[in-house]
Design a protein around this ligand. Structure first.
Ligand SMILES: NC(=O)c1ccc[n+]([C@@H]2O[C@H](COP(=O)([O-])OP(=O)(O)OC[C@H]3O[C@@H](n4cnc5c(N)ncnc54)[C@H](OP(=O)(O)O)[C@@H]3O)[C@@H](O)[C@H]2O)c1
Length: 341
């Protein structure tokens, strides 16, 4: 675990002031979430357009609006920069923030590819700046609940994992355009891969996969089959072209767990032999489900960590490498893949 200099640690009596970069869809969810937390605050919003930033600030009660990302990064009051641009722009924004010594929480997919991810993690380590991937499911209470159920042996030995995530979002430029790192994998498939890795850390022995592409060459719908070294088979699907059931199932020798849903688990159903219902476990009441990632960042900054325990850099890099391999097989190519980072 990488640690920062102790004298830079966040004071746990203080509110963590978050600066949000990019005034889009997820930025709104972040503002709603932060507005609901006492220990955190959405302190500033940055957009490429000042008018858009000001509108966002007035709608969500944000004290400061900036018409450039650089101004927010330079603001000495910001404790954490939350990078909420398309994946294609995560690298540049995060690099600028790290160079300015600002802790960063970066939306998923973390970067365009593994090379970018490796370069940015290296920079954060060199500069001793906290860096985390905003893969919200990793920070949520469902992780501990499901792990506990598996470890308790209630479903016997896990043998099969299935997970689907699908949203009809083929109208979004950031899904369709290669220069915005489009496709379902980096946007949605990343959750399915994390769903497996949150509960199973055995090496991947083999991968089979296929996808259906858009006219722009991005994966719109994909299917990935993994065999893990401990004999667990995982069938994962994601689609930006249809509405999925978004359910995850962990099937064991003595029963199964049904997780509804893999993109913000609300309910875990436990079934035993012959699919006999045992119980439904509901997660605690949430603001949006995004609060946990901000709370984890605040705690990590107080402890002087440079990465969250819940999602270490090695894990982010592992997932990025997996996604590079899948895209390479499918011929889903981004302009960033041709550059050195
Ligand atoms: N965790 C989750 O549940 C979740 C959900 C949705 C999205 N996300 C992630 O959040 C990130 C943003 O997604 P989103 O749905 O919020 O996207 P979005 O609505 O398109 O917003 C992205 C924002 O990024 C900024 N931006 C900078 N350069 C841009 C460019 N060249 N083209 C378009 N926008 C650009 C824009 O803000 P300004 O115009 O204000 O500069 C834009 O509003 C993605 O990485 C995505 O994977 C996460």
């Amino acid at each position: 675990m990488f640690m920062a200099d102790k004298n830079k640690n966040m004071d746990m009596d203080k509110t963590m002031r978050v600066g949000v970069v990019g005034a889009g869809w997820i930025a709104e969810k972040a503002a709603i979430t932060l507005n609901g937390l006492r220990e955190c605050e959405c302190n500033a919003i940055a957009s490429r357009s000042l008018a858009k930033a000001e509108e966002f600030a007035s709608q969500w009660n944000v004290p400061k609006a900036y018409g450039s990302y650089a101004e927010l990064i330079a603001d000495p009051e910001i404790d954490l920069v939350y990078v909420a641009t398309p994946h294609s722009h995560h690298y540049d924004v995060t690099r600028q923030a790290i160079l300015a010594g600002k802790p960063c929480l970066v939306e998923k997919a973390f970067m365009a590819n593994h090379a970018q991810a490796e370069a940015i993690v290296k920079l954060a380590h060199e500069r001793k700046v906290f860096l985390a991937e905003a893969i919200w499911t990793r920070y949520q209470p469902a992780v501990g609940i499901v792990r506990g159920l598996i470890d308790s042996g209630r479903i016997g030995t896990p043998r099969l994992v299935t997970a689907t995530l699908g949203y009809s979002m083929g109208d979004k430029p950031r899904i369709m355009r290669p220069d915005l790192c489009g496709g379902a994998l980096l946007d949605l498939g990343v959750y399915a891969l994390n769903f497996v890795r949150m509960f199973f850390d055995a090496d991947i022995k083999s991968i089979e996969s296929q996808c259906v592409k858009s006219a722009t060459g991005m994966d719109l719908t994909n299917a990935i089959s993994l065999v893990l070294a401990d004999g667990v088979l995982c069938n994962l699907q994601s689609s930006a072209a249809c509405v999925g059931d978004n359910i995850g199932v962990i099937a064991g020798t003595d029963g199964n767990l049904i997780i509804d849903n893999i993109n913000n688990p609300q309910k875990i159903t436990v079934n035993t032999h012959d699919r006999v219902f045992v119980e439904d476990i509901h997660v605690p009441k949430q603001i949006t489900g995004y609060e946990y990632q901000f709370q984890v960042c605040r705690q990590a900054l107080a402890e002087g960590l440079l990465e969250p325990r819940e999602m270490p850099h090695a894990e982010t890099l592992y997932i990025m490498q997996l996604m590079d391999g899948l895209r390479q097989k499918w011929g889903v190519h981004y302009p960033m893949d041709d550059e050195k980072w």
